[in-house]
Design a protein around this ligand. Structure first.
Ligand code: HEC
Length: 159
């Protein structure tokens, strides 16, 4: 084989290897995106519909029927809008909220992780029983909240 043919063959092999490496990394990205998107979707469903065993209901302002108590009952529009509790207390928008955890909770004298905050919200807000830390439901809820914090700066509470 003449010398330049060898070089061409080597070049072709190298470029094939590069293409394959590129394809592999693209596949790895989509492989992560699918499950993450699915977790966001499941977490959003839990946010709007899960009752965590609670039988509480509430009647929103101007409504005729009681709604089941869920995260979304207070945090309307998937948690993306600011609301008001019946007692006038402000309900914060949850956009960017996850980026503020872990965070010190003065009342409990403890640093709260996001999952601990979620457990608190399920018990105190919904009146339900929180799933175990790291359980599939807690992870899905966490991922949903993180999706509301996409690109938010983290570490603002770290001195
Ligand atoms: C009964 C109404 C109510 C329900 C139900 C409720 N929340 Fe909240 N949530 C609030 C209010 C009011 C605050 C702000 C004051 C506070 O921290 O207690 C808050 C605060 C939060 C915060 C902290 C936000 C920040 O930046 O300070 C997160 C996160 C949160 N809620 C998530 C949830 C999730 C997830 C659920 C469902 C598991 C839920 N909440 C259920 C009323 C509610």
């Amino acid at each position: 084989m003449p010398d330049h043919t060898w070089r061409l063959t080597l070049l072709a092999a190298a470029s094939l290897a590069l293409t394959m490496a590129h394809a592999a990394s693209t596949t790895a990205m989509t492989a992560a995106e699918g499950p993450m998107a699915a977790a966001v979707a499941r977490g959003g469903q839990l946010f709007d519909h899960a009752r965590f065993g609670s039988t509480l209901t509430w009647v929103p302002d101007m409504a005729f029927h009681a709604k089941p108590m869920t995260c979304g009952a207070c945090h309307t529009n998937g948690g993306k809008t600011i609301g008001t509790m019946p007692n006038g207390k402000q309900i914060p928008s949850l956009i960017g909220a996850a980026a503020d955890f872990p965070r010190y909770n003065a009342k409990k004298h403890a640093v709260f992780t996001l999952q601990r905050q979620l457990a608190h919200c399920i018990r105190a807000g919904i009146g339900g029983k929180a799933p175990a830390y790291e359980s599939p439901a807690m992870i899905d809820l966490e991922v949903y909240l993180i999706s509301l914090s996409k690109t938010a700066p983290i570490g603002r509470n770290v001195p």
